[in-house]
Write a protein that binds this ligand. Structure first.
Ligand code: XLS
Ligand code: NI
Ligand code: NI
Length: 433
């Protein structure tokens, strides 16, 4: 045991009346909702990078956190893993997620990176044998090191493509070895800073090839998890090719991968793309590519991907409503891709941020489950489209312009507008808690 979380107890469910800060008020992991325990609905995951690698920097200043494991050597990486698993235990977190660069010291070349990663994966695998926490997803950090400044798969230099491909192979192997449920690709540098130096068509082809190689390799090693793309419109690059769910779907179609790859949708990225979270989730569900979520919000004033823990129950309710409508998570889960504010220096801040987020998500999911269960919202939505279920509606859809023309003339079809009942629906949604 390290002494980092000294005296912080294991977090238990105590209910809404409790005065204890170190307990869950809404998240009772074993509570049955729509036939299954809350913990299996929500599948919470801690993000290794934000909780253990983030130093507290912002664009105007560097490190504010002093963690005993900060440093670039194996001893520190192991201490970091020890503390990480202690936190997973305090929260009884079902899952975690990591990038290679979060868990291993940075080497000076591919060989060293690979060696460091393998040693750390051995260490983590050993810890997982006596931990309840499983791996939701692994991924490669193909954006921090300066070699990726002009992209990874989409780099103008084929050597960077090769370095990236080799790194993805190591990370897929690591994810597979740890029993990961998914493998994520987030293309932070897969885009451009200026079109003036960019051959967009070529870069898209390169990204498509890389993704095909990833899918081929997944089958080669028998990885049964899901390959996920995480859309984001921009930041760090001015424009990213995986802009939003609709764009990713077009890309997958183009490279014949729509049956192979799904999406990991992040709330903050949805907002950056000019959508709501529930829009992105609903579209992914309709297109059959819904996979997993990164549950972290932006600051609504700053316009940045500020990666804050969620704290808005009504927003989260609408998001989980879509998740439930999609049939819930299969391999996916709720990953808190969220970091502390840079003034939140203490060990307890790390715990309480997650406690609050887990509670808010549990409350949102329970409200969403009630909304789905009593069916009032869906009934009103269906009623709005009920004309399409009539004989005449079906005929119209399967007809052609000339036949419809004759029908409109003969039957004197003269549509009467009907209320969309938006305010009534908004009132209805606000009733669920
Ligand atoms: C950054 C992304 C990143 C991915 C994993 O904005 O959200 O954290 O989730 O690489
Ligand atoms: Ni993310
Ligand atoms: Ni993000």
């Amino acid at each position: 045991m390290t002494d980092f979380f000294n005296e912080i107890p294991k977090i238990k469910y105590e209910g809404q009346e409790s005065e204890n800060d170190f307990c869950f008020r809404h998240y009772n992991p074993d509570e049955i909702v729509l036939g299954k325990p809350l913990k299996d609905h929500l599948r919470f995951s801690v993000a290794y990078w934000h909780s253990f690698a983030f130093e507290g920097g912002d664009p105007f200043g560097g490190q504010t956190f002093n963690r005993p494991w900060f440093g670039n050597d194996m001893k520190m990486a192991k201490l970091k893993a020890d503390v990480a698993f202690e936190m997973f235990d305090i929260l009884d977190a079902p899952f975690f997620c990591f990038h290679d660069a979060d868990v291993r010291p940075e080497g000076t070349n591919f060989f060293e990176n690979n060696d460091n990663l393998n040693e750390m994966i051995d260490y983590i695998a050993e810890k997982m044998t006596y931990s309840n926490t499983k791996l939701l997803w692994g991924t490669a950090n193909l954006f921090s090191n300066r070699r990726y400044m002009s992209g990874a798969a989409t780099n103008p230099d084929p050597d960077v493509f090769a370095f990236s491909a080799a790194t993805i192979k190591s990370c897929l192997d690591a994810t597979h070895r740890l029993g990961g449920k998914n493998y994520v690709l987030w293309g932070g540098r897969e885009g451009y800073e200026t079109l003036l130096n960019t051959h967009m068509g070529r870069e898209r082809e390169q990204a498509g090839r890389m993704l095909q190689m990833v899918v081929d390799y997944k089958y080669k090693i028998g990885f049964e998890g899901t390959i996920l793309i995480e859309p984001k419109p921009q930041e760090p690059t001015k424009h990213q090719y995986d802009y939003d769910v609709a764009t990713v779907y077009g890309f997958l179609k183009d490279f014949n991968l729509e049956g192979e790859v799904k999406v990991n949708i992040e709330q903050g990225h949805a907002i950056l793309a000019g959508h709501s979270f529930e829009h992105e989730l609903a579209l992914a569900r309709e297109l059959g590519i819904f996979g997993s979520i990164d549950m972290n919000r932006n600051d609504y004033q700053s316009g940045w991907d500020t990666d804050q823990f969620p704290n808005n129950i009504p927003e989260i309710t609408l998001a989980y409503y879509e998740v439930l409508k999609a049939g819930g998570f299969k391999n996916g889960g709720t990953n808190f891709d969220a970091k502390l504010r840079r003034q939140s220096l203490d060990a307890e801040d790390l715990i309480l941020s997650h406690v609050g987020a887990m509670d808010v998500c549990a409350a949102g999911l329970k409200a969403a489950a009630k909304m789905l269960d009593d069916g009032k919202l869906e009934a009103m939505r269906d009623e709005r489209y009920s004309g399409w279920d009539t004989q005449s509606g079906k005929e119209i859809l399967n007809s052609d312009l000339e036949t419809i023309y004759t029908k409109v003339l003969n039957e004197n079809i003269n549509p009467e507008p009907k209320s969309g009942r938006q305010e009534r629906l908004e009132n209805l949604v606000n009733r669920y808690k």
